[in-house]
Design a protein around this ligand. Structure first.
Ligand code: SF4
Ligand code: SF4
Length: 215
């Protein structure tokens, strides 16, 4: 298999990142299984985007199907279009940030602080919470699965707020679910300061209460 996701190793045995050069073969196999079961650093649950770093070619990445948002700091919005069936479709050519990214669960696995089963438990917990947030967004009328979860949540809390009583009630529930998801992601997955696009996420940890919950 040559198309793998973050944290996986190529079938040709080539080490995909500096970080994974340090892992044992068993840990790499465990990481591969965990990433296939997770995908949250590619699918818009953890991040808004992948910032491009020096050495990344926006032109080449665009030619490989990634939508590069060009600017002072060019980035690839998430969910990443290369994330297909829990795999990275451009694994050998992925951006530099993807190559060096290792989440806290993989770090714990590598250091022996967590077993694969421990990490899988954390992944399942976060995925259930993310699913809950998605369902609430759907109920509130937001079906934009092509947008990052935080972006969708932010829209629901942006003025002017939808005054419909059922949406106001959903905002209260969503704020709580989103806050819990953020806590789990921050405590168990996001290495401190790894991705600058987290600032928006942090702001969303303090969602505003709607002026009238309609309850
Ligand atoms: S968040 Fe961690 S376990 Fe999940 S896909 Fe990314 S690197 Fe793998
Ligand atoms: S290019 Fe996309 S799918 Fe591949 S590792 Fe990076 S974020 Fe994930």
């Amino acid at each position: 298999m040559s198309e793998l996701g973050i944290g996986e190793v190529g079938a040709d045995g080539a080490a995909p990142s500096i970080a994974f050069c340090l892992m044992t073969a068993d840990a790499i196999e465990s990481a591969t299984r965990l990433c296939a079961a997770c995908g949250m650093c590619c699918n818009g649950v953890m991040f808004h985007s992948v910032p491009l770093l020096p050495g990344d070619s926006a032109r080449e990445l665009s030619a490989r199907g990634l939508k590069v948002k060009r600017g002072k700091k060019s980035r690839i919005p998430q969910p990443c279009p290369a994330h297909k069936e829990s795999r990275c479709a451009i694994y050998a050519h992925r951006p530099a940030r993807c190559r060096v990214f290792v989440c806290l669960q993989l770090e714990a696995l590598e250091s022996g602080a967590a077993t694969e089963a421990d990490a899988l438990g954390k992944i399942r917990e976060a995925r259930v919470l993310a699913m809950c947030v998605r369902e609430l967004l759907h109920e509130a009328g937001d079906a934009r699965e092509h947008k990052a979860l935080a972006t969708r949540c932010e829209a629901l809390f942006t003025e002017p707020l939808d005054p419909a009583p059922h949406v106001a009630r959903l905002r209260v529930t969503l704020a709580s679910a989103r806050s819990e998801l953020e806590r789990v992601l921050s405590e168990n997955f996001r290495p401190g300061g790894t991705m600058p696009c987290l600032e928006k996420d942090r702001a969303l940890q303090r969602p505003r209460e709607p002026p009238d919950s309609g309850a």
